[in-house]
Unconditional design. Sequence first.
Length: 262
Amino acid sequence: MITLYDHPLSPYAQKVKIALREKGLAFEARQPGGLGAGGAAGDFVEASPRAEVPALIDGEVRVFDSTVILEYLDDAYPQPPMRPASAAERARVRMLEEVMDTHYEAINWGLSEIRWFRRAEGQAAEALFAKAKAQIEGFHAWLGKQLGDREWFNGAAFGWGDLSVVPYLNGSAGHGYPPAAGRLADWLARANARPSVAATMAEAAGSARASAMPNVAELVEKGLFKREYRDHRLEWMIKSGGVDVVLKGLERDNIRFAPGFG
């Protein structure tokens, strides 16, 4: 039995769960304790030294990072393949994944920081919402061009390219920014109809309800959630005009920059 440490709301973990389900692989999903509060430990941290989901355990094999996990699954369980056949097409969908993981994800994360964690309010929040909306619309236009006349981002069949896009588009749709009517919206409807995607998104929706997301800002104020900036998220917040959000949040979370270091 494969063990997957995940959080249902993590798009990185969602990618892996979709791949596992497309391959028909049985797995046990475990949500590690201490996420966001600095208390992660045990087998999870042994599998994922940065204490980030997803992390996969398959017998003696331990793998972290969603892209590395996807590569492992295609190597260890090649049928059905998630990667396209040719080197050029594999490079194309890997680049698509890179854009979604390190550019698009930061926008959705920023929206969650503002909406659920209330890192900014009033005019500052509205300005960041406007930036995010414009950026999402730009990425939607770019994704439409990447899809072109293909049925799937991966090509003739659903695969790596599609599972790398669908969690993020669903995330921004959940914030009120779905793709406009057209080929991209039609693709999203087809992708969401797949059992692998539908089951994964249902888990995310259930987790959001169970965690009472509108009240999560109270946990932030109590110090039960610490901010965890990956570099692309920090870049997005600063470039989008949220540098004060970053500095105030670091102060509230009792994080200080050591003197003499840049």
